[in-house]
Design a protein around this ligand. Structure first.
Ligand code: SF4
Length: 329
């Protein structure tokens, strides 16, 4: 595998009143060049924190990030600035992530100006036009302000800004969750086309498994800061082994009124991520929890080639997979 990014035992703790919040806990994965890793989980599971650590917006508490063969976990400010050319982020809500006082031209030109990429004004305008064309924004919108554009076009500006410096790796943090369903499909198709044309590598963060299925080569499922399952997209949808993944998959709507699918209802309270108790973090909501689950934290094990699961009962629960097969179509 031609790895562009390797993450080893990454941790991020926040000291808050009342204790330590374990936002990201022992995350490890390898991402090949030109591929997409989908990261899914509920709000607050640590997936956005993970993305922010990778692009240097937050410092890791522990662990290691190897990018293009270099350890970038604790780089100095100047090196971090240089890395911004290689790693960029697309944010969830383009309306709040774009400066409302700047027009399309100024928004897309901003990173080019900061990094002094274009020596003359004419070259800068030409590069902005190229980027607008690349992401499908017509030229007559060059001087429009964010509030004058729809959500899809605003997100296209966010993508153009992210691509302006020609990065190799993009963290896409819920890039379509603020958009209408029809616009979501357009933006996902655009991201896929750009990946094919430019060999981009994505870490695609979302809470929506039906979205991640269409764009990811591999999927990593997070629960309360930890990895609970990782597999290829196809394998995860065909044979989910962790009860949390099974619950997420069973909640995907199936557009067929005759299809009867067993829902996995996740009842119970989410346990506090502050000053964690021993045992499996999902035990309070897991329909299969036993005494061992409440005492011993399950290790992440490779139970099939390339399929990692953190659950004491994963092999027994695999039999439930048939219930989810319709979502894998
Ligand atoms: Fe459920 Fe136990 Fe597996 Fe945790 S280890 S997911 S509580 S069965």
């Amino acid at each position: 595998m031609n790895a562009i990014l390797e993450v080893r035992n990454l941790k991020k703790n926040f000291d808050i009143p009342g204790g330590t919040l374990h936002a990201v806990d022992q995350i490890s994965f390898t991402l090949a060049k030109g591929k997409t890793l989908g990261v899914v989980g509920e709000s607050g599971c640590g997936k956005s924190t993970l993305g922010r650590i990778l692009v240097g917006l937050l410092d890791a508490t522990d662990g290691q990030i190897i990018f293009q063969g270099r350890d970038i976990t604790r780089v100095k400010k100047a090196q971090r600035k240089a890395l911004r050319r290689e790693m960029q982020m697309i944010f969830q809500d383009p309306l709040s992530s774009l400066d409302p006082r700047l027009c399309t031209m100024e928004l897309i030109a901003e990173p080019l100006e900061i990094f002094k990429v274009c020596p003359t004004r004419a070259e800068l305008e030409q590069r902005v036009r190229e980027l607008m064309d690349m992401v499908g924004i017509s030229e007559h919108m060059m001087y429009a302000y964010p509030h004058e554009l729809d959500g899809g076009r605003r997100q296209r500006i966010g993508i153009a800004r992210a691509l302006a410096l020609d990065p190799a790796f993009l963290v896409c943090d819920e890039p379509v969750s603020a958009l209408d369903v029809s616009i979501q499909a357009q933006v996902l198709n655009l991201l896929r086309e750009l990946q094919r044309a430019r060999g981009l590598t994505y870490l695609f963060i979302t809470h929506d498994l039906s979205v991640v299925k269409h764009i990811s080569d591999d999927i990593l499922v997070m629960y309360m800061g930890q990895m609970v399952e990782e597999a290829s997209s196809k394998e995860l949808f065909r044979t989910p082994m962790h009860p949390y993944t099974q619950g997420l998959l069973s909640a995907i709507p199936v557009p067929n009124i005759h299809h009867k699918r067993r829902r996995v209802i996740m009842e119970g309270e989410i346990t506090s991520p502050v000053n964690l108790k021993p045992g499996c973090r999902f035990a309070a909501r897991c329909p299969h929890a036993c005494n061992r689950c409440r005492q011993e934290q399950p290790a992440l094990l490779e139970l099939e080639p390339g399929h990692f699961v953190a659950c004491h009962l994963a092999l027994e629960l695999r039999g439930d997979a048939a219930a989810y097969e319709n979502t894998a179509q």
